[in-house]
Design a protein around this ligand. Structure first.
Ligand SMILES: Nc1ncnc2c1ncn2[C@@H]1O[C@H](COP(=O)(O)OP(=O)(O)O)[C@@H](O)[C@H]1O
Ligand SMILES: [Mg+2]
Length: 241
């Protein structure tokens, strides 16, 4: 797959998401303006209900904003059809969730293979590609296990292999270590760091300080607003914001 010319992988301006529940109006995201460059490792923190998951769902084209502009991989997504959004997700974005979200009756290999079956450009050997991806997360010998036969950390690694199998530009992870013990958390963070060092853009939601400390940029949300944006490492030539 060819990757579009370098530019921000994600850019949003005055992004808002509002939910109406009867008479109640919830401003889940308020006026978020943000650019994420290729290769960044971004942690998103904030109290429960501050809009972190809402943001991630918008950045991953799983949901559409109420107002504001959003582009993903140099594509303006604000006016896209559902089908076009699905294709963009499939090509550019990998998701990892706190609850793993694996299919319980499918083996590790079949779970990893799933996104390949939806890809527009069918590949010749989906089993081979999925097996390679499982090996890359250290699970070559668990390919034919069901999720229930794997530990939490192994299940999350299967989920990461699934997120990576279409060779995405961005991985969005919503509290991926929330269900893991501290040892498994460290293993998972080492894997994410390795992927970032190989050029993958990562946006990771967490409320744990030591997990956020892994990232090279930290965003903080309060009540749907972006209140702080700090880089701990300078970002080469791609820094204009
Ligand atoms: N589908 C929805 N319908 C109505 N309100 C929602 C929905 N999703 C989220 N919210 C509300 O939006 C706010 C932000 O939620 P969320 O993004 O899930 O926060 P976080 O992930 O930081 O805990 C919360 O007040 C939440 O109750
Ligand atoms: Mg959340």
């Amino acid at each position: 797959m060819t990757i579009p010319a370098a530019g921000p992988v994600i850019a949003c301006r005055n992004l808002c998401k509002t939910y109406w529940l009867g008479d109640l109006v919830v401003h889940a995201l308020r006026d978020v303006t943000l650019t994420i460059a290729s290769g960044e490792y971004v942690a998103v923190s904030g109290a429960s209900g501050s809009g972190k998951s809402t943001l991630l769902n918008l950045l991953g084209a799983l949901d559409t904003p109420t107002s504001g502009a959003l582009s993903i991989a140099d594509t303006n997504v604000t006016a896209m059809t559902t089908e076009a959004l699905a294709e963009l997700r499939n090509r550019f974005i990998g998701f990892v969730f706190q609850q793993f979200n694996l299919l319980p009756r499918a083996t590790a290999l079949d779970n990893v293979k799933l996104p390949l079956l939806y890809a527009r450009n069918r590949i010749a050997d989906p089993d081979g590609v999925a097996a390679e991806q499982l090996a890359a997360v250290g699970l070559a010998d668990r390919a034919h296990h069901l999720p229930s036969q794997l530990s939490g950390g192994q299940q999350q690694r299967v989920a990461i292999a699934r997120a990576l199998v279409n060779n995405p530009r961005i991985v969005l992870a919503d509290e991926p270590t929330g269900q893991l013990d501290s040892g498994t958390t460290r293993e998972l963070l080492a894997l994410l760091r390795h992927l970032n060092e190989r050029g993958l853009t990562i946006v990771l939601v967490t409320h744990e300080h030591d997990v956020a400390a892994e990232a090279t940029r930290r965003l903080q949300f309060v009540d749907g607003r972006l209140v702080s944006d700090e880089r701990t490492e300078p970002l080469g030539a791609e820094a204009p914001r």
